[in-house]
Design a protein around this ligand. Structure first.
Ligand code: NAD
Length: 303
């Protein structure tokens, strides 16, 4: 298959590119390298250093005639989206629309979209949240991810572009940026390995659903065969506190550093955990990595 992966120089999508190439697909990567890194890009992929908002995007589509687009390029920092919602919307709404228009103009049949199970539901009222949980995002980032989903519904209805929306939980693993604002596992790992004290925001009892990047890749491989306009949670249905993650990493690394807490981040969700039951049913997907195993591999990478 001829596949375009947007954001393919980034943490999650670079692993997806590797898996698609491994499976024998022809892969093109489109990335502006704002957070992605050139060294993450598989040398067998064709690479375009370009913003998804650029008018030249359609020329790349016309040249390659992609069968499927896997859309991961995005502004993915929740706090930045709060500080600069216009920047967030330019990338996540206008950028995505530019990609969708290029799909229509060049007859792309299928689309996979990286949405966020951590952000679109907002503060949850049931645990774990399944795909029918109310969507009341607490951040501009959650809003723009949800808007992307709604546009896909429109493009499927109007132009028969078949889609799979994958709502990820908190993804962690090798290549995650340890210097960003998001990605608590990578940040704690880097600091503990460097002998620097990580700060836990608030009391650390806030929970997240941590899914290992290799499991996310498997979902993206399985989704290649589908075009039935589904929304699927990709998480573990398991809630873990930030304090627990800290203690796992502290023990794995042998850092022996006591917890240090700072002020809570305003507007941060308190509990987040998503139900993967529907993905199991329709995609035959379930997580293969428990937290301990995933963290061990992640620590080995950062070492
Ligand atoms: N990391 C998570 O836990 C998580 C959870 C839910 C959803 N997601 C989604 O998964 C996707 C990938 O996230 P990630 O964690 O790998 O982040 P990342 O920042 O490593 O990857 C994003 C990639 O997109 C590129 N990019 C950003 N804006 C662009 C633009 N305007 N034009 C071209 N390229 C652009 C970046 O350079 C980077 O390579 C994002 O869409 C994100 O919203 C991530």
């Amino acid at each position: 298959m001829k596949i375009l992966v947007t954001g393919g120089a980034g943490f999650i999508a670079s692993h997806i590119v590797d898996a698609y190439i491994q499976a024998g697909h022809e892969v093109t990567v489109l990335d502006n390298l704002v957070t992605g890194k050139k060294e993450n890009i598989n040398p067998k992929a064709v690479f375009y250093h370009l913003d998804i908002q650029d008018a030249q995007v359609v020329d790349i589509f016309a040249k390659h005639r992609f069968d499927l687009v896997n859309h991961h390029a995005a502004q993915m920092d929740v706090r930045r989206s709060v500080e600069d919602p216009v920047y967030d919307a330019r990338n996540n709404v206008l950028g995505m629309l530019n990609i969708l228009q290029a799909c229509v103009k060049t007859g792309v049949q299928r689309f996979i979209f990286a949405s966020s199970g951590g952000a679109v539901y907002g503060e949850q009222v049931t645990f774990p949240a399944d795909e029918r949980h109310q969507t009341q995002p607490y951040s501009p980032y959650g809003i723009t991810k949800l808007v992307g989903e709604k546009y896909l519904f429109f493009y499927a209805l109007t132009y028969q572009l078949g889609y799979t929306i994958l709502r990820y939980a908190n993804v962690y693993g090798p290549r995650q940026n340890p210097h960003g604002e998001a990605g608590v596992v990578a940040i704690f790992c880097r600091r503990l390995l460097d002998g620097q004290q990580p700060i836990i925001f608030g009391n650390g009892e806030q929970t997240r659903d941590f899914v290992y990047v290799k499991d996310v890749v498997t979902a993206n491989v399985k989704a290649l065969d589908r075009k039935d306009n589904e929304i699927l949670n990709i998480g573990t249905s398991t809630e873990t506190t930030i304090n627990e993650v800290y203690e796992h990493l502290n023990a794995l690394i042998g850092a022996g550093m006591a917890q240090k807490h700072g002020p809570a981040k305003e507007g941060e969700q308190f509990r987040s955990v998503i139900d993967y039951g529907y993905a199991k049913k329709v995609l035959d997907w379930q997580p293969q990595y428990d937290l301990q195993t995933g963290l061990k591999e992640t620590v080995a990478y950062f070492q």
